[in-house]
Every structure is written in C-alpha cells, then in structure tokens.
Ligand binder design. Structure first.
Ligand SMILES: NC(=O)c1ccc[n+]([C@@H]2O[C@H](COP(=O)([O-])OP(=O)(O)OC[C@H]3O[C@@H](n4cnc5c(N)ncnc54)[C@H](O)[C@@H]3O)[C@@H](O)[C@H]2O)c1
Length: 353
C-alpha cells in the first residue's frame, strides 16, 4: 500500500465499523488536513469503503496545504472519487458540490511544530475552523472538529481520568498556549454555530494516538523514541519522565472518530483515547525495552528551546460518554499496539534523527 500504512490495519478498521459504514453510501465529504497522520487514514478508509462496501460511492474532497505533512503526505494517491486540492484553510474555501460532512482535521499537532509555527497553529484552529463552520452552515453539512486532549491543560488528580465536562487548567500565555487556547476557541466557535445557527457540530478530543504512518521527524514521543533507538542515538526524556500519558492505537482511534462522524449527538464533544494503562514516559520506555528485548539507555534532560515546556503532568481520558452514546470501546492493548508500531517503524525509519 502507498503511504506506508499497514493494509491489515485499514482492513481491521473497516471490520470494526461494519455496523455503521453503509451510512457513507452516496455521501459527499470534505476532509481538511487530509495528508497528515490521521487524514491519510481517513483517505485510505474512504477509498477502501468505495472499493469494497458502498453501493453508491462516496465523493471526497481533501484539502491540505502540506505545511507539516512531510514526504509521505505530499505523495498524493490517485483514487477515484477522492479529489485533492492544495489549499490553506485559513483562507475561505468555495465549492459547487453539496456536502454532507466536513471533517476538519487540519492543524499543527506536534509540539515541536507548534513551537516553530505558533501563529499558523493558532490560525488554523480559529480562522480555519470558522471558515469550515461557515461552509457547513451554507451547505447544511455536519461539522466534525478535531480539537485535542490538550484543551484540558494540566488537570489536578481529582479530574483524572478526565471527563468531557472538566473545564481545564490552561495557561493563556505559556509556550503551549497557541495550541491549547486556539483549540478551545475552535470548540467555542462550534458551540456558537450549533446554538445560533443549528449547525450539527461535533468535537473530537483525541488522546495520544499512535501507529504506522507517524513521520520520523514528527517529534511526538513514539516516533522520536523508535527513531533514536534504531539510530542508536541516546534517548532524551524531557523533564522528570514521571509525566503520564495514555496511548491509543490507530485502529481503535479511527473507529472512534468514524463513530463520532456518523453517530455523534449534535453539539457534543467526545474524548477518544484508551484509558488503560496510564503510564509514565519512563514506564513506556521500559515497555519498549521489553518488546525489543534489549536495554534502552536514556538521559533526563531539561526542555530544549525547540520543545514547549509546561507539559501536563497526567493525561488520561474518561471514555464513558463515548461508550454510552456512540458505542466506542477500544480493543488493542498497549503491548500489541507497540509491537505493531515498532515492527512497522523498524522497516520504514532510517534512524537518523
Ligand atoms: N494524532 C493525535 O494524537 C492528535 C491528538 C490530539 C489532537 N489531534 C488533532 O487532530 C488533527 C489531526 O492530527 P494529525 O496527528 O493527523 O496531525 P498532522 O500534523 O499529522 O496532520 C495535520 C495536517 O494538517 C495540515 N495543515 C496544517 N495547517 C493547515 C492549513 N492551514 N491548511 C490546510 N492544511 C493544514 C498539515 O499539512 C498536515 O498534513 C489535528 O487538528 C490535531 O491537532 C491529533
């Protein structure tokens, strides 16, 4: 398969959404950020649905300005019924086509890149989202906004696992503010368009999704670790290493996203992640050492200039709402996901970070 994703994973996602996927029959979808990590999965899933499941093909328009999509993202596959347009969503987008769903996944998602592009990060989540909301209103389309678990900031321990109703503990001036605060405004805009104009909006708050397709130079934790292990470069853990995260394998995450797209209750936000286990960065590395069957050395270092400090200490989703309302139930255990990711990255990464 092109784009370095695993064919078996795409097929597994199709099996997992088998109960609902026919609803895409004949639908018109606009996908922004379609050449990023998650966007490329949407493209592959939509293409495979067209080829194997849907009686009436869905038509998809994909927008991306390729700012962070890297080499993998800039190789655009030529799929029937899927049209790619190089477009910056900070500018309005016009189309003659009717639209049923707008999936707004364009964003600058990696802390390394939002440190490098703070204004672009802010604008894609605010202006980009408003442009897409205006279009959704004009076309009577459903709008699904990719927000982030980062909107919760650094929750205190009584709000772990974190429910959607938690209001957050976020700095408006810290090094992460361009991302956290703009995603919060993006959510506010969705709420306003929903309540003022009756646009069917949903917000997705992903919690650390990982899997094949993550770029080696993305600098999120798992590609960073696997690339350095492969390149035999000493691992550097920023801060104490005791900060916790949960990790959601891509097949579970994509299933959750598609359940929100097709069945989200209008106006609602959903955490999509895997709450088990909540582990520290050091424990994650130990797990990787076990899977690789070799000891991985690391150093604890301060935050470099290129990476935003002020990291949340703990992050773990409460997914009861997503389970009750859209039947979201992640299945892939962390060990299994890590094995798939490490095997894949071993074949694809050069290990030269
Ligand atoms: N992957 C995760 O774990 C995760 C977690 C929380 C939130 N999210 C959110 O989900 C969305 C997708 O994440 P991802 O992991 O695929 O990120 P990604 O960086 O791999 O992909 C984002 C894509 O958006 C494009 N883009 C950025 N600004 C744009 C603009 N102004 N106009 C058009 N295209 C633009 C980039 O070129 C890139 O291809 C993002 O909005 C991100 O903030 C992802």
């Amino acid at each position: 398969m092109k784009n370095f994703l695993l064919k078996e994973d795409i097929q597994e996602i199709l099996v997992n959404i088998n109960d609902i996927s026919a609803s895409f029959s004949g639908k018109k979808v606009l996908l922004t950020g379609g050449r990023g990590f998650l966007g490329r999965y949407f493209m592959e899933i939509f293409n495979l649905l067209n080829e194997t499941v849907l009686n009436e093909k869905m038509k998809v328009i994909v927008l991306d300005n390729l700012i962070t999509s890297g080499k993998e993202g800039s190789e655009i596959p030529n799929y029937k019924n899927i049209e790619f347009i190089n477009h910056n969503v900070i500018e309005p987008f016009k189309t003659e086509s009717s639209l049923d769903y707008i999936i707004h996944a364009a964003g600058i998602a990696s802390p390394y890149y939002y440190r490098a592009y703070p204004l672009e990060t802010l604008e894609v989540a605010i202006n980009g989202t408003q442009n897409m909301l205006k279009l959704a209103r004009e076309k009577s389309a459903n709008l699904i906004f990719f927000s982030s678990s980062e909107i919760y900031g650094d929750p205190d321990s009584k709000n772990i696992p974190t429910k959607e109703s938690y209001r957050g503990n976020v700095s408006c001036q810290g090094p992460r503010a361009c991302y956290d605060e703009s995603k919060r405004v993006g959510e506010t805009l969705c709420n306003i368009y929903h309540s003022l104009y009756g646009v069917h909006t949903n917000t997705i708050r992903p919690f650390n999704v990982f899997g094949p397709g993550m770029q080696e130079t993305d600098y999120r934790v798992l590609p960073n670790f696997t690339s350095r292990i492969k390149g035999k470069i000493p691992l550097q853990i920023y801060g104490t290493g005791n900060q916790t995260r949960t990790f959601c394998y891509i097949t579970d995450a994509m299933e959750g996203f598609i359940r929100v797209v097709l069945n989200g209750v209008p106006g609602e936000a959903y955490n999509i992640g895997n709450p088990n286990p909540e582990i520290s960065v050091i424990e994650l590395l130990e797990k990787m050492s076990d899977i690789l069957n070799k000891k991985v050395e690391y150093n604890l270092v301060g935050y470099p200039e290129s990476y935003p400090a002020d990291e949340p200490n703990r992050r773990c989703p409460d997914i009861i709402k997503a389970n009750n309302q859209i039947k979201y139930n992640p299945k892939i255990e962390l060990n299994e996901g890590l094995k798939r990711f490490i095997n894949w990255s071993d074949q694809v990464y050069l290990g030269k970070q």
